[in-house]
Design a protein around this ligand. Structure first.
Ligand SMILES: *[C@@H]1O[C@H](CO)[C@@H](O)[C@H](O)[C@H]1NC(C)=O
Ligand SMILES: *[C@@H]1O[C@H](CO)[C@@H](O)[C@H](O)[C@H]1NC(C)=O
Ligand SMILES: *[C@@H]1O[C@H](CO)[C@@H](O)[C@H](O)[C@H]1NC(C)=O
Length: 700
C-alpha cells in the first residue's frame, strides 16, 4: 500500500530514506499509525477506525472511553482469527493493514470523512473529538505522528532523525517488543490519492499535544483534578494530551490512568444491575461454588470468621469443600486445587476465593460483585483503622508493593468507585468462564520466587485480564492473625491486642458506651455502681474457658478484717493468670473499666493495677456463699457471668453497713464498689445451680 510519493519523506526525515521504505515500516511493523488529513474540522465527519480481534478488557476500556466522549468508532476484524506475529512479513502487509485497506475502500467515496486510525487494546481517549481536531489544525500539517523518546525497531535509524531543540525526537512506531512506540494514524481517505501528486507536510507531535505515549514518559504525566473532570497532563510540555497510549511496559500506568480519565469503570453504561445478556439481576439466584482453601496455619482459625460466615450464609452456596490440614497442601497448591474445581466444572459460573482472615460483614457481597460484571473483582477489605488492605494501587519495578497516589483515599473510601489495580488478595470473585479461557493454563499460584498471591496476580496481569477492586460499598475487614493463639478453647478472647475492634464487638456489651456517658448506670446501694460491660458471649466463653481449665481451688483470696484481725475467706476460683489471661485482662480493665471508674468516682485516677483477678464459682454443695469481708482493693468489680433464675437461684451481694443488697445480678453487668473501710460485704447463698462471677481487686 503506497500512500504518498516520496516527497513525503524529505519533509519528515533527512536523506537518504525513501517513502517505499518508510511506509511498509509504518504500516506493517507499526501496524497502526496515525495520519490525519484534515480539511474539514467537523467532528461529525470524524470516524475512528481500529483493529481488534478480541474483546479484551483493554478493548472494552477503549470503547468505553470513546463512547464517553462521543467518538464514532468502527471496529475491524472483531472475532476474526488473529494471525498477528506470523503474518507480519506476508506480502501485502499484515492482517491489520489488510483490514485497514478494505475499510478505507469502503469509505472511499466519502470525500470529507476524516479517519482516525488507532490501536485500541492499550489506548484510551482523554478528551473529545473537537479538541483533537482543533489541535490537529493548529499543527498545520496534514499528517501528524505521535512521537517518543525511544526509536524502534532499528536503533541505527537514530542518526537519520533530525535533531530537535525541544520535544520528542522519534517517530512513534509499533512493534511487539518492550520499546514499542506509538501507533496512531489519522487519515483523510479522500485525499490519499492527491498525496501522490502533492507534497504534504507531516509533523511529529513532539510536545504530546495530541498523543501521549507513556513509554519513557511516566514522570512527565500526572493527573490533574479539576472540579468533576480529571485530565492527564504532560508536565514537561505543559500540554493536555487527547489520547493516551500505554505502550511497551507502561500498561499498568495506563490501567491506573484509566481509573480517572474518564471514570471509565465507574460511569454507568445503561443497565446498572444486569448480567452479560442484559438481564436484570434482581431475583438472580446467586449460585456460587465456594471453596475455601486453608493452609495448615489457618486451619485453627476457621472458627473465628469463616465458619461463622458459612453457618450464616453457607446454605446460599451450591457446593462447599473444605480442604483441611490432612491434605498437607502447600498454599499455592491448595489455592490451585480450589480454583481448579470451578475451572473443571462447566456449570461453575463464579469462583469466590475467601481467606480465613477476612470478616465479611455485608451479606450482599457476592451479589454486588457479580453485578459489576467483571472477570476478576475484589471487594475492598482492610484492617480496622489501618492502611493495610487487600489490594495494591501500584507495583514497584521489581513487582512488589508500591503505594499509588490514590491508595489512602481508596482504602479510606474518600474516593469511591471501581478500580483497575495490579494486585488483589484475601477475597475475590472470578468468572468460571474466565478460568476456562484466559486463565486456563496451569497453576496460576505457582512461582519459583513469588509467593502464591503475587504469582497469581502476575499471571492474571500477564494474560491481559484486568483485576478490579470495588469500594462502592462497605464489605468487611481483615483480621490480623500473626499473633493468633490456637491453644485455648476460645482463642478470640486473647485477641484484644491484635484485633481490638473485633474483640470489642464480640465481647463488650452494646450498651457499655451509653454507660460510659453516664446513662444506664444504676446505684443499687450507696456508692455501689452497676452497669453493663460484657456480652453474653463474653460471659459464656469466660466460664467455658475456666471450666475447660478445670482446676478450681479454694485459694486465699479475700482479705477479711474482723475486729482488727485478718482471716482468710477462701473462694472456689480460678485466677486469670492460671489460664494465662492476665495481660489481656489487664488491657480490658485499662480500656473499659478505668474510664468509667474515673467518671463515677471523680478525682480518682486508677491504673487498674491488680494482684487478684479470678472467676468464682458458687454452688449449694460446694461453696454457696461468702462470709462478710473487706476486699484487698481500693475498688472492686464483680461481673455476673450467668443468669439468675435460669442458671442458678439465690446469690447476690449484701453491703452490711448500708443494710443493702443486690439480689438479682444481671448477666454481663458489673458491680463496682469501694473495697475497704465502707463496703464491708458478703456473698449471699446460691441455693440452686451454679453461679459464676468474675472478680477483680483493683489498686490494692
Ligand atoms: C508546509 O509547511 C510549510 C511551513 O510551515 C508551508 O510553508 C507550506 O505551505 C506547507 N505545505 C503544504 C503543502 O501545506
Ligand atoms: C441496651 O439498652 C436498650 C435501651 O435501654 C435496651 O432496649 C437494650 O435491650 C439494651 N441491650 C441489651 C443487650 O441489653
Ligand atoms: C435491713 O433491711 C431489712 C429490709 O430491707 C429490714 O427488715 C431490717 O430491719 C433492716 N435491718 C436493719 C438493722 O436496719
Amino acid at each position: 500500500m503506497v500512500l504518498c510519493s516520496n516527497q513525503l519523506f524529505p519533509i519528515l526525515f533527512a536523506d537518504p530514506f525513501s517513502l517505499p521504505e518508510i511506509l511498509p515500516w509504518v504500516l506493517d511493523k507499526t501496524i497502526i499509525s496515525l495520519f490525519l488529513f484534515c480539511f474539514l474540522l467537523s467532528t461529525e465527519n470524524l470516524l475512528v477506525l481500529t483493529v481488534a480481534t478480541k474483546e479484551t478488557e483493554g478493548f472494552t476500556r477503549f470503547k468505553r472511553s470513546a463512547q464517553f466522549f462521543n467518538y464514532k468508532i468502527q471496529v475491524l476484524g472483531l472475532d476474526e482469527e488473529w494471525h498477528g506475529e506470523d503474518d507480519k512479513a506476508a506480502a501485502g502487509g499484515g492482517q491489520k493493514v489488510r483490514l485497514l485497506k478494505s475499510a478505507l475502500k469502503q469509505h472511499a467515496d466519502k470525500e470529507d470523512l476524516i479517519i482516525l486510525f488507532t490501536e485500541s487494546y492499550d489506548v484510551l481517549f482523554a478528551s473529545g473529538p473537537a479538541e483533537l481536531l482543533k489541535k490537529f489544525k493548529q499543527a498545520k500539517s496534514k499528517v501528524v505522528f505521535s512521537a517518543e523518546n525511544f526509536i524502534y525497531p532499528d536503533r541505527r535509524l537514530e542518526a537519520k532523525y533530525p535533531q530537535v531543540r525541544d520535544g520528542k525526537r522519534f517517530l512513534g512506531s509499533g512493534g511487539k517488543n518492550q520499546f514499542g512506540i506509538s501507533r496512531y494514524c489519522i487519515s483523510k481517505w479522500g485525499l490519499l490519492f492527491h498525496c501522490l501528486k502533492e507534497s504534504i507536510n507531516i509533523s511529529l507531535d513532539r510536545r504530546s499535544r495530541i498523543f501521549q505515549n507513556l513509554n519513557g514518559a511516566l514522570d512527565e504525566v500526572v493527573l490533574k483534578f479539576e472540579n468533576s473532570r480529571v485530565r492527564a497532563r504532560n508536565l514537561l510540555y505543559d500540554t493536555l494530551p487527547v489520547m493516551i497510549h500505554g505502550n511497551g511496559p507502561t500498561k499498568l500506568q495506563l490501567n491506573y490512568l484509566g481509573n480517572y480519565i474518564p471514570r471509565i469503570w465507574t460511569f454507568e453504561t445503561g443497565c446498572t444491575v444486569c448480567d452479560e445478556d442484559g438481564r436484570s439481576l434482581t431475583g438472580y439466584k446467586v449460585r456460587t461454588d465456594l471453596v475455601q482453601t486453608l493452609t495448615w496455619l489457618l486451619w485453627a482459625l476457621v472458627a473465628y470468621s469463616w465458619l461463622i460466615f458459612l453457618s450464616e450464609h453457607g446454605k446460599e452456596y451450591h457446593a462447599i469443600k473444605v480442604i483441611g490440614p490432612d491434605e498437607q497442601l502447600e498454599n499455592a497448591e491448595a489455592r490451585h486445587l480450589g480454583m481448579d474445581l470451578c475451572r473443571q466444572d462447566p456449570s461453575c459460573e463464579y469462583y469466590l476465593s475467601l481467606d480465613a482472615d477476612v470478616v465479611l460483614k455485608n451479606p450482599e457481597t457476592v451479589r454486588i460483585l457479580i453485578e459489576q460484571n467483571k472477570q476478576v473483582i475484589a471487594p475492598l477489605v482492610s484492617r480496622h483503622g489501618k492502611l493495610w488492605s487487600n489490594f495494591w494501587g501500584a507495583l514497584s519495578p521489581e513487582g512488589y508493593y508500591a503505594r499509588s497516589e490514590d491508595y489512602v483515599d481508596i482504602v479510606q473510601r474518600r474516593r469511591v468507585g471501581i478500580w483497575n489495580v495490579p494486585y488483589i488478595s484475601n477475597i475475590y470473585l472470578i468468572k468460571g468462564k474466565t478460568l476456562r479461557s484466559e486463565l486456563d493454563q496451569g497453576n496460576l499460584f505457582q512461582s519459583s520466587k513469588l509467593d502464591a498471591d503475587m504469582a497469581f496476580c502476575q499471571n492474571v496481569r500477564d494474560r491481559g485480564v484486568f483485576m478490579f477492586l470495588t469500594n462502592r460499598h462497605s464489605f468487611g475487614h481483615i483480621l490480623s492473625l500473626e499473633n493468633y493463639e490456637t491453644t485455648h478453647l476460645h482463642n478470640d478472647l486473647w485477641q484484644i491486642f491484635s484485633n481490638p475492634e473485633d474483640w470489642e464487638e464480640k465481647y463488650i456489651h452494646e450498651n457499655y458506651t451509653a454507660a460510659l456517658k453516664g446513662k444506664l448506670v444504676e446505684m443499687p446501694c450507696p456508692d455501689v455502681y452497676w452497669f453493663p460491660i460484657f456480652t453474653d458471649t463474653a460471659c459464656d466463653e469466660l466460664v467455658e474457658e475456666m471450666e475447660n481449665f478445670g482446676q478450681w481451688s479454694a485459694g486465699g483470696n479475700v482479705d477479711n478484717r474482723i475486729q482488727g484481725g485478718y482471716e482468710n475467706v477462701p473462694t472456689i476460683d480460678i485466677h486469670m493468670n492460671q489460664i494465662r489471661f492476665e495481660r489481656e485482662w489487664y488491657k480490658f480493665l485499662l480500656e473499659y473499666i478505668a474510664p468509667i471508674t474515673e467518671k463515677l468516682y471523680p478525682g480518682y485516677y486508677t491504673k487498674t493495677q491488680f494482684e487478684l483477678a479470678f472467676v468464682v464459682r458458687y454452688r449449694p454443695d460446694e461453696q454457696p456463699s461468702l462470709v462478710p469481708h473487706h476486699d484487698a482493693s481500693t475498688f472492686t468489680i464483680n461481673i455476673a457471668l450467668n443468669h439468675v433464675g435460669i442458671d442458678y437461684e439465690g446469690g447476690g451481694c449484701r453491703f452490711l453497713r448500708y443494710n443493702c443488697s443486690v439480689r438479682a445480678p444481671r448477666k454481663g453487668w458489673t458491680l463496682m464498689h469501694p473495697g475497704r473501710l465502707t463496703h464491708y460485704h458478703e456473698g449471699l447463698p446460691t441455693t440452686k445451680g451454679t453461679r459464676y462471677i468474675a472478680v477483680s481487686f483493683l489498686d490494692p
